[in-house]
Design a protein around this ligand. Structure first.
Ligand SMILES: Cc1ncc(C[n+]2csc(CCOP(=O)(O)OP(=O)(O)O)c2C)c(N)n1
Length: 557
């Protein structure tokens, strides 16, 4: 009978789950897994810091709606990836984290990279964290981990694999690889709830659809478009659901924050169909600027605990967003919908007015470059279908004003953890998952410092990501918060030095360029993409302007 290592069983099970890429950083504890990846030609994108491997697995999952896998070694490898675990947990991103750990036979011996109960540490920030103690159990438990990670509500799982469990050789027949690793069973809505939702939407004067992260992960784009067009109801979205309806679609209003522009009493939405929406930070919490307190909410969510979290639901539907839209569409065709022309026009006018308010900033001719000018030039000169990763803080709030997307999964930015510094890692995963799509990472000069060595990972793995540093010599969101809350003369720990970040990228073999004049920016972005290399474009921008969305967020304090 053929003998196999535990590491081989892990890799065979992952392959059965359809895994074709793994992100990680080597450690002796993982050696058998690395060797099996070599044997089976499973590419491992090896990063310079474990947090980047974790974020890369998140970027892979978020850009594909599929499973991401990260592997990190025992002890410091594990502690380094914790920010990614927490990020994936709060965002419900389907990532399987594999961590090595010291051998079972060496328990409590102060051996290398040991002494931590990794499962206990990971438990509150995962759907499930488990230590495998018997080699033959690896296929069954890896399969269970994959099923838990990828089923609704999705979320991270951590498997802790002791080195001796991985190195032990067992008869392959004693550990068969399970079937049905990726379950595809989205929950349909109750017909009665669909009737109630339909009645509310038809009777509404100013209904809106909010497409959330759940709508994106459900793959609800086509059904969403069909329902919006049949009912004439305008759509707003969160970042992750951006592109479910193309940005230039006449019924697309923008990201959630822009709903705050519908502030006049005669413009406030009265019924909201919230598809896979998680109320909180991006709907401005308890504040009613985005979703009026008086609005009736039809809340469709796979996770019952999201319903009623911040807003009572007039109709609660614990179901998959695509399935629910499918049921609504089946009814929508035979319904006679009220004329929504005036309401649609009001939503379009709000968009036009917002653009007009920005025009003066866009027209600036003298340096320094206004951040809005910078993001606008970037969007105008990046190739079609570019996946945009937004990091920093104010940087991506500026991007929110101008981004245009025609496909979903092309705009990935902060979730509830608000983890500054995750951008380059997310970009690695997005680029590996989408080798034919250009990837642009917009990043603050503070954020770039967290994982700047990942330019090396990009160069070694030939991942032609274009990183654009919005260089304002400042942790700008922090600086502006200090200025507003504590006073302009009360700055501490929020200023940075100007630095040649592009030269760091060059040192790793990437394309690098500094831009100080707005007219140079578009051509340099084009040049960076055309170079076919990873790139860093270091743009000097004005620190003073505050994005309108950040004003809105800060006005709550
Ligand atoms: C890991 C982490 N550390 C600190 C913070 C607090 N924080 C929020 S915004 C911000 C400033 C970000 O500065 P930068 O990356 O330069 O982007 P900018 O705001 O200038 O666009 C900081 C430090 C955070 N959210 N995450």
């Amino acid at each position: 009978m053929a003998k196999v290592t535990g590491g081989e069983l892990v890799v065979r099970t992952l392959m059965k789950a359809g895994v074709t890429n793994i992100f990680g950083l080597h450690g002796a504890h993982l050696e058998t897994i690395f060797q099996s990846c070599l044997d089976h030609k499973i590419p491992v994108t090896d990063t310079r810091h474990e947090v980047a491997a974790g974020h890369a697995a998140e970027g892979y999952a978020r850009s594909t709606r599929g499973l991401g896998v990260a592997m990190v070694t025992a002890g410091p490898g594990f502690t380094n990836v914790i920010t990614s675990l927490a990020n994936a947990y709060l965002d419900r991103t389907p990532v399987l984290y594999i961590t090595g750990s010291s051998g079972l036979s060496e328990a409590e011996t102060n051996t290398l990279q040991s002494g931590l109960d990794q499962v206990a540490i990971a438990t509150p920030i995962t759907k499930w964290a488990h230590r495998v103690t018997v080699t033959q159990n690896l296929p069954r438990l890896v399969a269970q981990a994959v099923r838990m990670t990828t089923s609704a509500p999705t979320g991270p799982v951590l498997l802790d694999l002791p080195i001796d469990v991985l190195m032990t050789q067992v008869d392959e027949e004693s550990a068969p690889i399970p079937e049905n690793l990726q379950l595809d069973s989205p929950a349909p809505p109750q017909p009665r709830a669909v009737d109630e939702a339909m009645a509310l939407l038809k009777a509404a004067q100013r209904p809106l659809i909010m497409a959330g992260v759940g709508a994106y992960f459900a793959g609800a784009g086509e059904e969403l478009r069909a329902f919006a067009e049949a009912s004439g109801i305008p759509v707003f979205s969160d970042f992750q659901a951006h592109g479910l309806l193309p940005s230039d679609h006449p019924l697309y209003g923008g990201t959630y924050h822009k709903m705050a522009d519908l502030s006049a009493p005669e413009q406030r939405p009265d019924v909201v169909l919230a598809l896979g929406v998680r109320f909180g930070l991006f709907t401005l919490g308890m504040n009613d600027l985005v979703v009026p307190l008086a609005a009736k909410i039809i809340h469709v969510e796979v996770d019952a605990k999201e319903i009623g979290r911040l807003r009572q639901a007039a109709v609660a539907i614990v179901a998959d967003s695509r399935e629910t839209l499918h049921a609504l569409n089946a009814r929508a065709k035979s319904e006679k919908w009220p004329d929504r022309g005036k309401w649609q026009q009001a939503v379009r006018n709000a968009k036009v007015e917002r653009c007009k308010r920005m025009q003066e900033d866009l027209n600036r001719t003298a340096p320094p470059i206004h951040p809005l000018q910078a993001v606008s030039a970037i969007v105008d000169s990046m190739p079609e279908d570019t996946i945009v990763i937004g990091d920093g803080a104010e940087a991506y709030h500026w991007m929110n004003e101008v981004i245009r997307q025609n496909k979903p999964g092309g705009y990935i930015t902060h979730g509830f953890l608000g983890a500054v510094g995750m951008g380059l890692g997310l970009s690695l995963g997005a680029q590996v998952a989408n080798p034919k799509r250009p990837v642009l990472c917009l990043v603050g000069d503070g954020a770039i410092g967290f994982t700047i060595a990942e330019f090396d990972t990009m160069a070694r793995h030939k991942l032609p990501i274009v990183a654009v540093v919005m260089n304002n010599h400042s942790w700008a969101a922090s600086q502006h918060f200090q200025e507003i809350v504590s006073g302009k003369n009360r700055l501490l720990g929020t200023e940075l030095r100007d630095a040649n970040y592009h030269e760091v990228a060059q040192a790793f073999g990437c394309f690098g360029r500094r831009v100080t004049k707005i007219e140079e920016l578009g051509p340099v972005i084009k040049e960076a993409f055309a170079s076919g290399k990873p790139a860093c474009v270091n743009v000097s921008i004005d620190v003073a302007p505050i994005p309108p969305e950040v004003h809105l967020l800060m006005s709550r304090h």
